[in-house]
Design a protein around this ligand. Structure first.
Ligand SMILES: NC(=O)c1ccc[n+]([C@@H]2O[C@H](COP(=O)([O-])OP(=O)(O)OC[C@H]3O[C@@H](n4cnc5c(N)ncnc54)[C@H](O)[C@@H]3O)[C@@H](O)[C@H]2O)c1
Length: 282
């Protein structure tokens, strides 16, 4: 697992809970410590709820190894969940391709970047695919298995099987901007941001309305959970992919949050304030 942030720590836990041995790699040692604490917190919650035994707790904890050198990132499958920037991902995937055997599958958890473009610069591009988990990855069942132009059918099949082994529900799709969920859900975020920008309703009221209408989580709470940087990058990516189509225009309000460093839960503040025990609208 490359990248130990919000998604990397959750995916590592999902795999470890299904009895896989996991190497969790990040360039930032602080993020590795944070990921370890997150894994511990999630396992403690399950233990307290009597969903797992103390033996499970220990076995899962011990099956994740935390490393901060890319050379230690050797496996049959590497899932990349680092920053949503194509050049940075390509550079890391190329390094991983060199370190690992040609049979090693390289999967990207990208939310919106093109798998076909990502695989262009990687040796043996047929082993590169998208494996798009949802947040929180240890809980959410869906995984989009994305086939790039060069991805082999065997690799797709192996990834579908792998997802089932870690108790997920895989859905196969071809490489298309935003894949399935981020394409459809983009309007959930963008139209809500537009309403708030126009002063028609507050983020809190929009969330309340959407939740009462049947959505599990309102758009602003969800953007805070995802992270403003990630969610904004997906909007930009779709905007570019659709040649500046007005309906995908990224939000000024969200960009302001981004510039203020108010990224959501991970920084303690986004559309809501998470610094105290009770959550308030910021
Ligand atoms: N946050 C979400 O809800 C969500 C959902 C699905 C997919 N994704 C995708 O998952 C990926 C990661 O998102 P996240 O929310 O976990 O981000 P994050 O900011 O929480 O974590 C990213 C991690 O990558 C590390 N990193 C950066 N460059 C690196 C490198 N070159 N080598 C190793 N580690 C490096 C950072 O130190 C950080 O720990 C992105 O591609 C994002 O689009 C995010």
């Amino acid at each position: 697992m490359a990248g130990a942030g919000t998604m990397g720590s959750g995916i590592a836990l999902a795999c470890a809970m299904a009895n896989f041995r996991v190497i969790l790699f990040d360039v930032n040692a602080e993020m590795l410590l944070k990921a370890g604490a997150e894994v511990h917190k999630n396992l403690s919650y399950l233990l307290n709820k009597e969903k797992i035994t103390i033996q499970n707790f220990e076995q899962v904890s011990q099956s994740i190894r935390y490393v901060n050198e890319v050379q230690q990132c050797k496996a049959d499958l590497v899932i990349e969940a680092i920053v949503e920037k194509i050049e940075v991902k390509q550079e890391l995937l190329s390094a991983l391709a060199q370190i690992n055997s040609p049979a090693c599958i390289l999967a990207s958890n990208t939310s919106s970047l093109s798998i076909s473009v990502l695989q262009e610069k990687i040796a043996d591009p047929q082993r590169v695919a998208g494996l798009h988990f949802f947040n929180p990855a240890q809980v959410m069942k869906l995984v989009e298995v994305v086939e790039g132009n060069e991805t082999s059918k065997e690799v797709i099949q192996q990834l579908l099987d792998f997802c089932r082994q870690i108790n997920k529900v895989p859905v196969h799709c071809k490489d298309a901007p935003g894949f399935i969920v981020n394409r459809v859900a983009r309007h959930f975020y963008l139209r809500s941001l537009q309403l708030a920008e126009n002063g028609a309703a507050t983020p809190g009221d929009i969330d309340a309305a959407m939740e009462a209408a049947g959505f599990k989580m309102g758009p602003f709470k969800l953007m805070d959970l995802i992270g403003m940087d990630i969610n904004y990058a997906v909007s930009e990516s779709l905007y570019q992919a659709f040649h500046g189509a007005e309906r995908f225009t990224p939000s000024v309000l969200q960009k302001q949050k981004l510039l203020l460093g108010e990224l959501g839960r991970k920084t303690g503040k986004g559309f809501y304030d998470y610094s105290s025990t009770s959550t308030t609208q910021s």
